[in-house]
Design a protein around this ligand. Structure first.
Ligand SMILES: Nc1ncnc2c1ncn2[C@@H]1O[C@H](COP(=O)(O)OP(=O)(O)OP(=O)(O)O)[C@@H](O)[C@H]1O
Ligand SMILES: [Mg+2]
Length: 281
């Protein structure tokens, strides 16, 4: 589980929007971290901007960021290092995690903290998240969390999962919580326009369709901001809205047709009906 990425300050991402109160909250987290290390749990549906939030926080505050996939951990010490063999000798290779947590002010992003492969994988992590902020390892001795460190754990679920056994109660008790949702239509369409260059009318149409599908009472489907951006990029290289949606989402043509109909749209359908629709490729 060696992570070879260097620890460094990420670049600011343009056109990343957050509610004002979340921005205030992040400013307070920054202040708190000047007194002692802080843990923040960021929960929200897939592609709603959790990883970007962590990266942007590091970028804006000019702090180093190091990201670790907790979801793939299968044994307790795995974040710290492992024993290797070289020319018949074993030696201990230290990984990035101990270095990161000993870096003052570092932002530590723990991805998918609710899903380690092995239940004991979180044990050593638990020590650094707890009040004493230190952990003993046979190979590296006592490792203490540096001043100013913030742990951002992201949880790829809706808020309904936070209160359940998905996350150990004792662990959850040590975190501030941020719940993220998808952006309101106006802001989401603005993001699409700013990031991909499609016009405002198209952007709003994509977002309206996405919202219709998200809130479909019979069969709601999850469409992330990542995915509306993908649809917008397709539009930007010449696809019609209908084509871009059909080629991005797993919805049947029937559902899409009735949806477009309900939005009083008739996008590109006439063209399709008059052509044979096939050619050699
Ligand atoms: N609030 C937002 N403003 C602007 N862009 C956003 C916003 N939320 C998400 N995006 C864009 O959507 C994409 C996905 O965001 P990100 O990877 O941060 O989501 P995530 O919640 O971490 O996803 P996952 O659940 O898959 O880990 C990125 O390109 C990001 O810039
Ligand atoms: Mg993410």
């Amino acid at each position: 589980m060696e992570d070879t990425h260097a620890i460094g300050v990420p670049n600011v991402e343009r056109h990343y929007f957050l509610p004002n109160d979340e921005i205030k909250n992040l400013e307070r987290i920054d202040l708190l971290s000047q007194k002692h290390p802080v843990n923040v749990l960021v929960a929200g549906k897939q592609g709603c901007g959790k990883s970007t939030l962590v990266r942007q926080f590091a970028a804006k505050n000019k702090r180093s960021l190091a990201t670790f996939q907790i979801g793939i951990l299968s044994e307790p010490g795995q974040l710290f290092g492992d024993h290797r063999l070289k020319e018949g000798e074993t030696y201990y290779q230290q990984f990035l995690f101990p270095q990161a947590i000993q870096t003052p002010g570092c932002i530590i992003h723990l991805e998918e903290i609710n899903r380690p492969e092995h239940p004991k994988a979180l044990n050593m992590l638990f020590s650094v998240l707890s009040e004493d902020r230190q952990v003993w390892t046979d190979e590296l001795g006592l490792i203490k969390v540096a001043p100013g460190v913030i742990f951002f754990a992201t949880l790829n679920e809706g808020e309904e999962f936070i209160g359940t056994e998905m996350l150990d109660a004792a662990l959850r008790d040590r975190f501030y919580i941020m719940l993220m949702g998808y952006l309101p239509s106006y802001i989401e369409s603005k993001v699409l326009t700013l990031k991909t260059g499609i016009d405002e009318v198209d952007a709003l149409t994509v977002v309206n369709i996405a919202n219709k599908l998200r809130s479909n009472s019979q069969e709601p489907i999850t469409i992330s901001t990542r995915h509306t951006l993908m649809i917008a990029e397709m539009l930007n290289v010449g696809a019609s809205i209908r084509e871009a949606i059909i080629n991005s989402l797993q919805i049947s043509r029937d559902i899409l047709e009735s949806l477009l109909h309900s939005l009083h749209m008739d996008l590109g359908m006439a063209k399709e009906a008059t052509e044979d629709g096939y050619q050699e490729y």
